[in-house]
Write a protein that binds this ligand. Structure first.
Ligand code: ATP
Ligand code: MG
Length: 731
């Protein structure tokens, strides 16, 4: 017992030893909340002798749950912890495996993941004749979720006695649910709703579970939504031993319904506040405190640490993305040479598309890495699909590529069609695509002929088009992008934008050799075929959301540009609240670091905003003496940053006065990459002078760069023709 408490501070001990009642721990990052919680588990088991089957310990991500299990396993005898150390949804699954028989479901019910739910939604939309141009799959599913949030759908639709009346038939929910029922399938919403339903309706079940769960503990409670709270409170109602732990500054799921106010208003018998951070050096902590202080909607608190000063936090500014990547690789090498293990290093970013440049740089440098909670860029479906299309253009005999994309997006070419295509190919000893080319006319499928036209059109352009134009032509012509837009699949669209941007970069950097598509595909094979093991000993890359609750000795936060982080879409949709949530995300990111923190960003084209990049406002919020700047940032770039913030405050975003033509962003991209190539007199972010209005900053340009949107010192903006402006550094 001495051991268990000896490495805790006095308030953590209080948290561990106050086992009875409703206890809340409110504390900032790295103050040992999770440590207190796991020690409390061990205390309950080792000291008080509570059977682990009576302790429920909840958190949010699978990664955090497994981390929690490991910490507990190190303190209790093997077998003395059970799988009630899990995520909320994980608990629902365990609960339902035992209890769902009450509703006539088999205990082997299946669980629909996000992709399964989307597939089901598409089937329903087809059946109901809903055009996807009018209603996206995402909206359809949101509608289903909203209907399921209302009481009564389980009884009305999903129980043995449920009768679907004429009134309900033809409705979206009836259609979706009847398909679910055919496979005894539950989606994520159902897992929670069914659990609550059974607890509400079956008194014996409720009493048994309330009786069994003597102690309930919840980590990261600031991210609980109302259903989560409802479940937790219900389960804890009998014994009232509920221990909740959280940090309102780390709430990063409000966009998914988290209600941090419930944590703040939690009726507790005792509150324990921890304010000593054990994780990070003072320099890192200063930055975290400095950034989060800009949130207005928060309870002010400052963390302190007694750790000795460490190395200074570095902010690197690169002139190009390649420079940023090179710098990161160089730093990683230096860390490893100075004795750090690569498993101690984590690279964090806001959105998953950002991994592309990092992965390529690491692969080039021969540094192995693993991506947590995500897929490697070149293994993502949309990237593999696009490359398969391109491969087919230059290798019509590539059956693997053909099979990958002939029905992507869906062309309704079913098994029998493919069988007859195969038999043509076999009897004529040729490839599938050549057989299709020869026989599509007689095969009687308009969509197959359409596909042939698309590929032939692409092939006709292989010699004359740039690689990126060709890829875009295929993605638009095949309706691949259109399908993603209809699904509102932002993440995949962002990945495709990033792929196209990387192709343009490839073209520019190989401009002299005029690279062909074949050469590009050969070069890129280095990344697509990269042979790797899922190596736990290697450096880790992940989005910040995945990193919550975790800690790493060395942390890189990359791509810190306006629009990327903070994410432009979040701010557009949620305005100030969105900005504050993004800032909390920055706080989470910074506080993952133990010994050293590296912040990086670069100039150039921004895939997210389709404009030039400016340093993130979060960097602007850090006092300059708190970081060591490497690289130089022209003052005009900071002005660009402040303009973005200013424009946002006005809630009128920079109008997109350069409409993308036919889905192509060549003008915007090229402009940012090299204004001279397009004869543009000014760059975005550049300071210009107008004889009457004075000094201002270029925000945007029209299509042919003949006029520019300029923001002046008083905040006003005007569209002005180029001859009326001159560069600030010229007389
Ligand atoms: P987060 O808000 O990021 O989830 P947290 O509050 O849960 O952080 P922990 O992960 O529990 O913090 O602890 C952060 C680090 O500090 C861990 O490495 C932990 O071992 C260490 N730590 C916590 N409490 C103490 C203590 N009393 N003495 C020494 N080290 C401690
Ligand atoms: Mg924690």
């Amino acid at each position: 017992m001495k051991d268990l408490l000896s490495d805790l501070n006095i308030r953590q001990r209080e948290a561990v030893q106050t086992t009875e009642g409703r206890i809340r721990v409110i504390a900032g990052a790295g103050t040992g909340k999770t440590k207190a919680l796991t020690h409390r588990y061990a205390y309950l088991v080792n000291v008080l002798g509570i059977d682990p089957a009576n302790i429920l310990c909840l958190t949010f991500t699978n990664k955090a749950a497994s981390e929690m299990r490991q910490r507990i396993a190190a303190m209790v005898k093997s077998g003395d912890y059970n799988d009630f150390v899990c995520t909320l949804h994980g608990f629902c699954v365990k609960f339902l495996r035992k209890e769902i028989y009450r509703l006539g479901f088999p205990k082997s019910f299946t669980i629909l993941d996000e992709e399964d739910s989307k597939a089901l939604a598409k089937e329903c939309m087809d059946e109901l004749g809903l055009k996807r141009t009018e209603k996206t799959v995402k909206l359809f599913l949101e509608g289903i979720g909203a209907e399921k949030a209302l009481n009564g759908y389980i009884e009305a639709y999903m129980l043995p006695g449920s009768v679907i009346t004429d009134h309900m038939r033809g409705g979206n929910l009836a259609c979706y649910v009847s398909r679910q029922m055919k496979n005894w399938a539950l989606d994520f919403d159902d897992l929670m709703n069914f659990t609550l339903f059974i607890l509400d309706r079956f008194e014996d079940a409720r009493t048994a579970w309330q009786e069994a769960l003597n102690y309930i503990m919840v980590d990261e409670a600031q991210d609980c939504n109302l259903d989560d709270w409802n479940l937790i409170e219900k389960l804890a109602a009998r014994h009232r031993n509920l221990f909740v732990v959280g940090d309102p500054d780390q709430c990063i799921y409000e966009w998914r319904g988290a209600k941090p106010a419930r944590f703040v208003e939690f009726a507790s018998d005792r509150d324990i506040i921890l304010d000593e951070n054990y994780r990070s050096t003072p320099g890192i902590l200063d930055i975290a405190n400095c950034v989060i202080a800009n949130n207005r909607n928060r309870i002010p608190k400052d963390l302190f640490t007694r750790r000795a000063d460490g190395v200074p936090v570095i902010h690197f500014h690169g002139k190009t993305e390649s420079e940023e990547m090179e710098w990161i690789v160089g730093r990683i090498r230096a860390l490893v040479e100075s004795g750090a293990s690569s498993r101690e290093i984590a690279i964090l970013y806001r959105s998953s598309w950002q991994s592309r440049a990092l992965e390529q740089a690491l692969l080039n440098a021969g540094i192995s890495y693993s991506i947590w909670g995500g897929t490697r860029f070149f293994e993502r479906k949309e990237i593999k699909d696009t490359l398969a299309y391109l491969r087919l253009l230059v290798q019509p005999d590539d059956d693997v590529s053909l099979l990958r994309i002939i029905n992507t997006p869906s062309r309704k070419l079913g098994r029998s069609f493919l069988d007859s295509l195969r038999s043509y190919a076999l009897s004529e000893d040729t490839s599938l695509y050549r057989a299709l080319l020869a026989h599509h006319g007689e095969m009687g499928k308009a969509s197959a002929s359409e596909f042939v036209r698309l590929i032939e059109d692409g092939r006709a352009h292989v010699e004359t088009s740039t690689i990126s134009d060709l890829a875009n032509r295929i993605l638009e012509g095949s309706l691949y992008k259109k399908a993603l837009r209809e699904d509102q699949d932002e993440e995949r669209l962002e990945n495709l934008d990033e792929l196209l941007a990387s192709m343009r970069f490839y073209e520019q950097s190989h401009a002299e050799e005029e690279p062909t598509l074949v050469e590009y595909l050969q070069d890129i094979a280095l990344y697509t075929n990269a042979d790797y093991r899922q190596d736990t000993g290697s450096l880790k890359m992940m989005t910040i959301h995945q990193a919550k609750g975790l800690e790493f000795p060395y942390v890189f936060i990359t791509g810190l540009s306006e629009g990327i982080f903070p994410n432009m879409r979040t701010i557009r949709e949620w305005k100030k609240n969105g900005e504050e949530e993004e800032r909390r995300l920055m706080y989470v990111a910074v506080t993952r670091a133990e010994n050293a923190l590296f912040l990086s960003e670069s100039e150039g084209y921004n895939v997210a905003t389709k404009m030039s990049k400016y340093p993130s406002r979060f960097l602007d919020e850090i006092r300059r003496d708190m970081v060591v700047l490497e690289g130089t940032i022209p003052e005009s770039l900071w002005r660009g940053t402040r303009n973005m913030v200013h424009v946002l405050d006005e809630e009128s975003y920079v109008p997109d006065i350069r409409p993308a033509k036919g889905g192509s962003f060549e003008v915007a991209d090229g402009f940012a990459a090299d204004r001279n190539a397009y004869n543009s007199p000014f760059s975005i972010g550049e300071t210009v002078v107008h004889d009457i209005f004075g000094e201002g900053v270029i925000l945007a340009a029209n299509d042919d760069f003949s006029s520019f949107q300029v923001q002046f010192a008083d905040g006003s903006t005007r569209f002005l023709r180029a001859p009326f402006l001159h560069r600030a550094d010229l007389p």
